[in-house]
Design a protein around this ligand. Structure first.
Ligand code: BES
Ligand code: MN
Ligand code: ZN
Length: 492
C-alpha cells in the first residue's frame, strides 16, 4: 500500500526551530496568545507572527482554519503554517486543523510545534488522513519525488506519551489508506487475484487469511456468487480474514461486496460513467481496512472479515436475465437483471459467515444500489437493520467519527416486491424503493438470532470532490466508525 508519512516525536527545544527545513506549524488560540514555541518563532521572524496574530486576517479565521506565511525571514523553513486551534480542542475541530496541515505538507518534512496541545491524536489523524494521495500511476509525481511519503516531527512537552498515543492513530490511518488504495485502484490492476494477494499480505500483521478458490466455493454451494463471476476471466474468490484478539467469545462478522468491476453483465450498463464501477468493491475495501486497523492496534476483540471477490462481465459464459440459480442457503433466485449482482454475491457470503462462525453480530457493506445515491446523496450512507440495539450503537459510532449514516426502513411490504413466478425470489423489485428491496433481499439470508446491519455505501465510498479528510476519489468511509463500534461494544 501507499506509504504514510513517517513521524518522530521530540521534546521542546526552541533553539532547533530556526534551522528546521521544510514547513513549520504553529498553533494559535482565539485570543492570539503565543506559547513558548510560538514566541520563539515570532522572535526569529522579527515579530511577524505577533503582527499576524493581531491582524483582522487572524480574527476572521475559524477554529481549525490555517493560513500560510511563506518564505519567512529568520527561518530556514520555506513556510510557517498558522493554525487556529484551542489547546483543549478535540474531535472534529482538531481533525480539521490536522487536515489543513496534511494537505499542505504532503511529501515534505514538517515540524509541528504541538507544545501542550490536548487533542494531538485527533490533529495527527487529520494530518495522516488528508496527506493521502493516489499518485502511484502518475509518472510526473514519481519523477519529481512529490510522491514521497514526507516526514513529520512533532515537538511536544510530553513526547513519549504523544508517541504512544500516535501508534494507535497511525494504525487507524493505515486502515483508511488501505481501503482508499483498494477502492481507487483501476480494475485492470486490482483483479480478484491481486485483491486476494493484497489481503493475504496482511498475514504479516498477525491476521489469519484464507483464500477460497472457485472449486471450494462450488463445493460449498455458493452458486449465486459464482454465477456473477462466470463471464469474467478473473476467477471468483472469497477471502476470510480473522483477527483473534479476544477470548473464547464468538466473533463479530464483517462482510463486503467486492465486485472489482461492474459492467452490469448481460444487462449491460450505459457507457457514460461506467468507469466509476472500479469502486464497486468498496464494501470489501472497507472490510479490509477495518481488519487492518484492528490488527494494527492489536484490538482485544474477535472479528472476522469476509469478502466476495468477483468481476461482473458480459460473455458467452455469463449468466443471463431469466436464469434461475440456487443460493448456498437453498433458496432459488430468478435473475431478472444481471446488474443487480451485489446481492447475489453477498447472500452466499453472508450465509457462509453465519454457518461457519455463528457470529455475535454481522454487518455487510456494499456499493449496492444507485437508488441509495438518489435517496441520500453523498452525505450519508443508508443502513438497514433487524435490531435496534446494534443500530443505535452503530449510529453513535458513526456520529462520533463524523461519518454520515442514516437508518432506512425495512418491511414485509417491500419484500413482497421480490415475489417471483418461477423461483423463491427474484433479484430486483422494480424502481420504487430500490435500496430497500435490495436490503430485503439480503434479509432473507440473515438468521433470526443474528443482529445484523446492511450498509449501502454507494454514495459515500468514492467522491467526485475533496472532502474534509480526503482528496477526491476513495473516501475510506466507515473504517473509523466500524473500528469504534468494535472498540466500544465488543472489546475487552
Ligand atoms: N454497483 C451498482 C450500484 C451502484 C450504482 C454503486 C452507482 C455505486 C454507484 C449495482 O450493482 C447496480 O448496478 N445496481 C443496480 C440495481 C438495479 C439493476 C436493480 C442499480 O442501482 O441500478
Ligand atoms: Mn450492478
Ligand atoms: Zn455492482
Amino acid at each position: 500500500m501507499s506509504d504514510l508519512p513517517t513521524m518522530s516525536f521530540v521534546s521542546q527545544e526552541p533553539e532547533t526551530i530556526g534551522d528546521a527545513e521544510g514547513r513549520i506549524v504553529v498553533f494559535l488560540p482565539e485570543t492570539g496568545k503565543l506559547d513558548q514555541l510560538a514566541r520563539r518563532v515570532n522572535r526569529l521572524m522579527k515579530g511577524a507572527l505577533q503582527r499576524f496574530a493581531d491582524s483582522n486576517d487572524f480574527a476572521r479565521m475559524k477554529e481549525g482554519d490555517a493560513r500560510v506565511l511563506s518564505y519567512p525571514t529568520g527561518l530556514a523553513a520555506e513556510a510557517v503554517q498558522v493554525v487556529r486551534l484551542e489547546r483543549r480542542s478535540k474531535g472534529a475541530a482538531a481533525r480539521k486543523a490536522g487536515a489543513a496541515i496534511g494537505k499542505a505538507s504532503r511529501g515534505k518534512s514538517c515540524l509541528i510545534l504541538a507544545g501542550s496541545l490536548r487533542g494531538l491524536s485527533d490533529v495527527l489523524l487529520g494530518v495522516l488522513l488528508r496527506s493521502y494521495a493516489f499518485d502511484r500511476h502518475l509518472t510526473d509525481a514519481e519523477d519529481d519525488g512529490s510522491d514521497a511519503p514526507g516526514h513529520l516531527t512533532i515537538m511536544s512537552n510530553q513526547p513519549e506519551g504523544a508517541e504512544a498515543e500516535a501508534a494507535e492513530t497511525r494504525a487507524l490511518a493505515e486502515g483508511v489508506w488501505f481501503t482508499r488504495d483498494l477502492v481507487n485502484e483501476p480494475a485492470n490492476v486490482l483483479t480478484t487475484t491481486e485483491f486476494a494477494d493484497r489481503l493475504t499480505e496482511m498475514k504479516s500483521l498477525g491476521l489469519n487469511v484464507q483464500v477460497l478458490e472457485e472449486e471450494e466455493l462450488e463445493k460449498l454451494g455458493m452458486r449465486t456468487l459464482l454465477a456473477v463471476g462466470r463471464g469474467s476471466e478473473s476467477p471468483s474468490k472469497v477471502v476470510v480474514m480473522e483477527w483473534k484478539g479476544g477470548g473464547k467469545e464468538p466473533p463479530f462478522a464483517l462482510v463486503g461486496k467486492g465486485v472489482t468491476f461492474d459492467t452490469g453483465g448481460i444487462s449491460l450498463k450505459p457507457g457514460a460513467g461506467m468507469e466509476n464501477m472500479t469502486m464497486d468493491m468498496g464494501g470489501a475495501g472497507t472490510v479490509a481496512g477495518v481488519m487492518r486497523a484492528l490488527a494494527g492496534r492489536k484490538a482485544k476483540a474477535n472479528v472476522v472479515g469476509l469478502v466476495g471477490l468477483v468481476e461482473n462481465m458480459p460473455d458467452g459464459r455469463a449468466q443471463r436475465p431469466g436464469d434461475v440459480v440456487r443460493t448456498m442457503k437453498g433458496d432459488t433466485v430468478e435473475v431478472i437483471n444481471t446488474d443487480a449482482e451485489g446481492r447475489l454475491v453477498l447472500c452466499d457470503v453472508m450465509w457462509y459467515a453465519q454457518q461457519r462462525f455463528k457470529p455475535a453480530g454481522m454487518i455487510d457493506l456494499a456499493t449496492l444500489t444507485g437508488a441509495m445515491v438518489i435517496a441520500l446523496g453523498h452525505e450519508n450512507a443508508g443502513y438497514f437493520s433487524n435490531d435496534d440495539a446494534i443500530s443505535k450503537a452503530f449510529q453513535k459510532a458513526a456520529d462520533a467519527e463524523g461519518e454520515g449514516a442514516w437508518r432506512m426502513p425495512l418491511g414485509s411490504g417491500y419484500a413482497s416486491q421480490l415475489k417471483s413466478r418461477v423461483a423463491d425470489v427474484k433479484n430486483v423489485g422494480g424502481r420504487p424503493a430500490g435500496s430497500i428491496t435490495a436490503a430485503e433481499f439480503l434479509r432473507r439470508f440473515v438468521k433470526d438470532e443474528t443482529p445484523w446491519i446492511h450498509i449501502d455505501i454507494a454514495g459515500v465510498a468514492s467522491r467526485s470532490t475533496d472532502t474534509a479528510l480526503a482528496p477526491k476519489g476513495a473516501s475510506g468511509w466507515g473504517v473509523l466508525a466500524l473500528n469504534r463500534l468494535i472498540a466500544d461494544g465488543y472489546e475487552a
